[in-house]
Write a protein that binds this ligand. Structure first.
Ligand code: BGC
Length: 282
């Protein structure tokens, strides 16, 4: 097979968002891999239903993981599935050309020019890279039921090792938002109210809500969303956490739960003849 042809996240997102209606001949099964600060999970996804079509592979992310280490683990999952047709890879940072920025849960070397090349070119499969929260948002957009963003702007927040965000509007994903970066007097909300903060500080849902409420208040003032979708680790105990928040707009759990990143990554694999990976902010 020839050298992989990376495509831009924005292009792949647009392609994937229209995939269900385009009637084209792209593969109906796709491999999606979600690289997190704690674990790397991958599975074959049936793009017609958005459901996992096989077992989930789950490996621990090495402490301070380098791109080469992550690439090796991703290709290990691909090899276990015998997969060569293209891989969607969700990453916990902003994809900016050949670098990954704002990825505090990986090592600093991801920010150097060319850091992403090993993920794009070292295997016999073409890869599409997308931010992990954008992948979850894309999954919500495609598989989240009728008109997931019918109420105006939908803000998807994933609470895991960090806080990821995706903005959905009028049938489109607006990529590369980094709403976990917003700070308060106590520091970045991502450090204060993420899934990691919950486990590190053993926060009860009430204690978490005390930390998270100012975050939602601020986002409400800044963005005026019509709906919230919460994903990541919180999905398993969604009611316990969400019911402690005081929100003026509806809040729902991510439709695909903890698999949203895998499904969205798989869905982001569009036409492999697209030629560039130059998306995201610099
Ligand atoms: C990163 C985001 C990512 C989020 C969730 C944050 O630390 O900056 O890009 O989406 O973690 O993994």
């Amino acid at each position: 097979m020839s050298r992989p042809s990376p495509m831009s996240a924005a292009d792949s997102v647009a392609a994937a968002a229209t995939a269900e209606t385009a009637g084209d001949d792209r593969p109906r099964m796709q491999l999606g891999v979600d690289v997190g600060g704690t674990s790397i999970k991958g599975a074959i996804v049936d793009l017609r239903s958005g459901q996992l079509a096989g077992q989930t592979h789950n490996v621990q992310t090495p402490q301070g993981a380098t791109p080469e280490q992550v690439a090796a683990l991703v290709w290990q999952i691909a090899a276990a599935e015998g997969w060569i047709d293209g891989i969607g890879i969700a990453l916990p940072g902003v994809i900016s050309g050949s670098r990954l920025c704002h990825a505090p849960n990986l090592s600093g070397v991801w920010e150097r020019d060319g850091a992403l090349d090993c993920l794009l070119v070292s295997a016999d499969a073409a890869a599409v890279l997308i931010n992990d929260a954008d992948a979850a948002g894309l999954a919500e957009l495609i598989y989240g039921g009728p008109q997931p963003d019918a109420d105006g702007l939908t803000v998807v927040l994933t609470f895991g090792t960090g806080i990821g965000s995706a903005l959905l509007h009028n049938g489109h994903l607006i990529p590369n938002s980094e709403l976990g970066e917003i700070t308060s007097g106590s520091g970045r909300f991502e450090d204060v109210a993420s899934g990691r903060a919950i486990s590190e500080h053993d926060l009860t849902p009430v204690q978490w809500a005390e930390r998270a409420q100012p975050y939602f208040d601020l986002l409400e003032t800044l963005l005026n969303p019509g709906r919230w979708v919460l994903g990541g680790g919180l999905t398993e105990n969604f009611q316990q956490y969400a019911s402690r928040l005081d929100l003026s707009k509806p809040v729902s759990v991510a439709h695909l739960g903890v698999h949203a990143g895998i499904v969205g990554a798989a869905a982001a694999v569009g036409r492999l003849d697209s030629a560039s990976n130059q998306s995201g902010r610099q």
